[in-house]
Design a protein around this ligand. Sequence first.
Ligand code: GLC
Length: 584
Amino acid sequence: MKKNIPFFLIIILLINCKESTKQSESIASEVVESERNSTWWKEGVLYQIYPQSFKDTDGDGFGDFRGVIEKLDYLESLGITMVWMNPFFESPLVDNGYDISDYRAIHPRYGTMEDFQEMLDGMKSRGIKFVLDVVVNHSSDEHEWFQSARSSRDSEYRDYYHWWPAEKGKPPHRHSLFDPEGGWDYVEETDSYYLHTFAEAQPDLNWENPKLRQEVYDIMKFWAEKGVDGFRMDAFQFASKDTTYPEFPEGHEKDFVKWYGMRPQLHEYLKEMYKEVIEPYNVFAVAEGAGSTFKDAHDLVDADRNELQTAYHFEYVDMSRTPERYELSEFKEVFTLWDKEFSENGWLAIFLSNHDNSRLVDRFGNPSPEFRTVSTQMLNTFLLSMRGTPYTYYGDELGMTNIDMPTIEEYVDIDAIGKYKTALAANEDVEEFMKVLNYSSRENSRTPMQWNDTDNAGFTSGMPWKKVNPNYKEINVAAQENNPNSVLNHFRKMVKLRKENEVLVYGDYQIIQQEHPEIYAYTRTLDNQKMLVLLNFTDQDSNISLPEVNSLNNTLINNYEALTINNNTITLKPYQAAIVSIKK
Ligand code: GLC
């Protein structure tokens, strides 16, 4: 695709960085609000904070609420409008807080309830909404409910969990996501097995029990009354199971959700939750996972269902779980299909990385020093110009990368260790396994935030709970703050553009030249506003011929100085990302 274009033929469309056309203001009145079902959570830009890795203020090596308070101005400067924070509740921390032993108490590592309230108020005064992680597919085995339930078959909490009495023989096989030995564990005191979809220390809660459900709604109300604006429902697809515990056919692990979750009753429970919590408190809820089919996803989030408001699916994350390069054609196809499916009804979240995946630039871009900046900018342009609420994971606004951890001894994550044990038991090639783990493990995205080039990247004055990525000297907030071409400032520009142009939120999405092997191009159109998004996903120059060239207007975003146009052909530099408004 690389061509030498004679200089005299090149017309350079210089950046017209007025930042925004602000056309949205003029069109807003023309469109009936309700047609779009406009809401703040559709228009928002969400930033995810993994609290133990964000900013430590007391020197214990773990991030804390006061650290977030210290960085509130930074959050505001990003322009983001929502924060989702991973769990910070009382917990034995077997799965870094996704094993909760008291849903109303804060783990002392993070601070006090007063600190929480100050952090929340600080966000609110800056126009930032707060989304709480609700982990109620399971509790910790140290939760008082489970402690009581395991000790007696007559416990009032017994039916808060799933049990299989040993006198019925061995329970039917269930796969566990974290435990190589399977999803049931034996408890001697009551001679029975309990079910856990994740680790042994994370017993599944029994959603079929109305008392349990009421407990959950009460917990949600407790936090809603403190002022949180939304809930992220962790692992929620698994909440409702077939409690007749049938034998499932072998080999269904890959289709885990279909077999182990998404029972029809889940919808009844969600409607109940909607009535009890979501509607009266005017909050929103997003589900982790969206079932196995488009219908599942619609049934969860369509407005007329009165269940959840939005969900995120894993299809594009699943395509990059190994170091083998994903196919751009597949990437385009997945996003285009999901967009089409939800163009009329329902709303989804869009994300490219989070605390369960490795870093965005390693998975979908190019982390080499030469292309790290431009490729992260290109991916952030994509994320912030698609329909669906964009979720940015802390550090991706800087281009933070994976960390190299070649040996298993360095790993602390229960998921990584479980997978390692499974690989050993299956006699897999350990060297090969470690290569994949090093690339894909969740440890990659949990390294401390890189604030500056002082010791430990300015994250802590103590010993960080997790090794800081050695590249912090080059990749950090301070180094990027005053550079107009940094990943950070590009991110800010993109957030601003999205917030000022409803076309990027609600506009119709049309892919252009889907078969193009290197460039992902699409338009977003709303009433009289149209934008063209051009993204080069490769480390080479790449050309695209477009009839629209004659109607190009202002270049609103560009991670290079110029956009090169020769007659009808646009040449994009490696990982170039541009958004151009189009005359209609
Ligand atoms: C979700 C969380 C993940 C956690 C798991 C068990 O998938 O995102 O981090 O380990 O649930 O709670």
